[in-house]
Write a protein of this length. Structure first.
Length: 539
């Protein structure tokens, strides 16, 4: 058998030069290296790796143990492999990939052979036989992944326990107390897939501590049909689910989202913002009777009036009878259509109520009671600008940086009736059996007069009230009087006796109708009827 001396003689170099070429410990001219390697091949000479190991020399080779199977997710695996290979190459090492099914035997063989300087473990299971074999390894063993038994292994990994804790904390902060946890296929857990089990266990422990109800399920393929079944099982178990945590791929999550949307759910976007608003307002005010939503029953007829408002944000308005129709006329839905916009609105209110976001007096209170809560800043969301803004946006509140502002929804497609010069289903008329018909006709005429428009029009639409009391002319332009500023600002003020006395709000028109558009021009002032559009208010 040829030895190092024979190679040196054949190549015409010293023994030390052959050693440097084989070990790579020193730089050798390329021509010399070629002569040495050619002589070694001719003599069938191979360096003794075991001897080098005994002498403490390095092979500059690291084994990467990553058993492959039909279930290996190459898309997830490849970033780790190439990341390891690049870093090892940076430090002058090459990679020997071990992919056999008997990964434990491979590790022992490589450790004893002297061919490698160390072993890296990938795709580490919770109870991994390679981790146990590492205890007797002659070379260092490092694991990308934390097995149950760390004795003899240098382990590095992401903090999946903290990941699970942070996920639960985020959902709790957003107001979610009923959550669907969707896991990967059951076989992956049975195999002991490390990150799946550690994250799942952390979520379960943290959810229990936080008082969160967790509904758990696993998937097989994640296709659309399976996700329909998952949603059905989940909501049969807990109808109050408002959020989802998933350990599944993007395709499965997309199918899950479609299954949820087909049932009228948009989890978690529907509710989270309102919950955060309510929590913040209660924290700042120290009051527990602040609510995101408040409803009323006065205007209910064939259905809940408040149930019509959310569909209006998406292009639908109540039609004739029990039909919802969109503004462009391409769709008409029954009010009781299970997947229709009206039923989806009811489900939205139901989820919000379960999360404590709806004023508990919503089913019994009238409009006036609800309006007073808006004036006090107890309600945070307003369906209409003439509700929240008119009730709460006083000068004092605006100076404090508080008030209602209009914001659009990302996918909003508003349906607005706007001005209807040809009339609507609402009209002012004189009944056949009415007494004093002539006087009633004169009253209707007065409602359409400039004085009647300002005095009897809806205050929330900007009607300025009586000239001389709440407004007057100054330098040829209309302005609010001191009394008017207080009255329009929502303060409790008493009317002078010459105007009848009593509280100003007691004398407000109960007709709740505007006979003209509030931006129409008052011929007496050459300014809009709406005092909020006067130069004196806009200055």
């Amino acid at each position: 058998m040829a030895g190092i001396k024979d190679v040196a003689v054949r190549a015409g170099v010293s023994i030390s030069t052959v050693s440097y070429v084989m070990s790579g410990k020193r730089s050798v001219r390329n021509e010399t290296k070629i002569k040495v390697m050619q002589a070694a091949r001719e003599l069938n000479y191979f360096p003794n790796a075991g001897a080098r190991m005994l002498r403490g020399e390095r092979t500059r080779l690291v084994a990467l143990s990553s058993p492959m199977s039909d279930e290996t997710a190459y898309g997830d695996w490849s970033p780790f492999f190439f990341g390891v290979a690049r870093r090892l190459r940076h430090y002058g090492y090459d990679v020997l990939l071990l992919m056999g099914e008997d990964e434990n035997e491979d590790l022992v063989r490589m450790s004893d052979s002297g061919l490698v300087d160390g072993v890296l473990l990938l795709d580490v299971a919770m109870s991994d036989p390679r981790a146990r074999a590492a205890k007797t390894s002659r070379v260092p063993v490092a694991s990308i992944g934390c097995p149950d038994d760390l004795d003899g292994v240098y382990a590095v990994d992401l903090d999946f326990e903290q990941m699970g804790e942070m996920a639960v904390q985020k959902l709790m902060k957003a107001g979610h107390r009923h959550v669907l946890f969707l896991g990967a296929n059951s076989h992956a857990y049975e195999q002991g897939v490390n990150f799946l089990i550690r994250t799942r266990d952390s979520v379960r422990i943290c959810a229990e501590k936080a008082g969160m109800r967790l509904t758990c399920d696993v998937i097989d393929t994640g296709d659309a049909d399976e996700m329909e079944c998952v949603v059905e099982r989940a909501f049969a178990s807990d109808p109050r689910i408002t959020a989802v945590l998933g350990q599944v791929g993007l395709i499965a999550m997309s199918n899950l989202k479609s299954a949820l949307q087909s049932r009228g759910y948009d989890i978690p976007k529907d509710i989270s913002v309102l919950k955060q608003m309510q929590d913040k307002a209660r924290e700042e005010t120290g009051s527990d009777d602040v609510y995101a939503l408040s409803l009323f029953k006065d205007w209910d007829d064939q259905a809940m009036q408040n149930g019509f408002q959310l569909p209006a944000f998406y292009g639908y308005a109540e039609g004739t009878g029990y039909v919802m129709s969109n503004a462009d006329g391409t769709d008409a839905q029954s009010l009781i259509d299970e997947n229709g916009v009206y039923v989806r609105a009811l489900k939205f209110y139901n989820k919000a109520e379960q999360m404590g976001l709806v004023d508990p007096e919503s089913t019994t209170q009238n409009y006036d009671t609800m309006y007073s809560k808006y004036k006090e800043g107890k309600i945070l969301f307003s369906f209409w600008p003439w509700l929240g803004q008119a009730a709460y946006n006083t000068d004092a509140h605006k100076k404090d940086g508080k008030g209602f502002m209009m914001l659009s929804i990302d996918d909003m497609k508003i349906a607005s009736k706007g001005a209807q010069p040809n009339g609507t289903t609402t009209f002012i008329g004189v009944g056949e059996k009415a007494k004093n018909k002539e006087r009633l006709v004169k009253f209707i005429d007065w409602l359409y007069s400039p004085e009647g428009i300002q005095a009897a029009g809806s205050q929330t639409n900007g009607a300025a009230g009586l000239k001389g009391l709440t407004w007057d002319i100054k330098d040829g332009k209309p302005v609010l009087t001191d009394f008017g500023v207080k009255a329009m600002g929502g303060e409790s003020v008493n009317v002078p006796e010459e105007y009848g006395g009593g509280g100003y709000s007691d004398g407000a028109s109960q007709l709740n109708v505007s006979t003209v558009l509030n931006k129409d021009i008052d011929p007496r002032t050459s300014a809009p009827y709406n005092y909020q559009m006067w130069d004196s208010e806009l200055a």
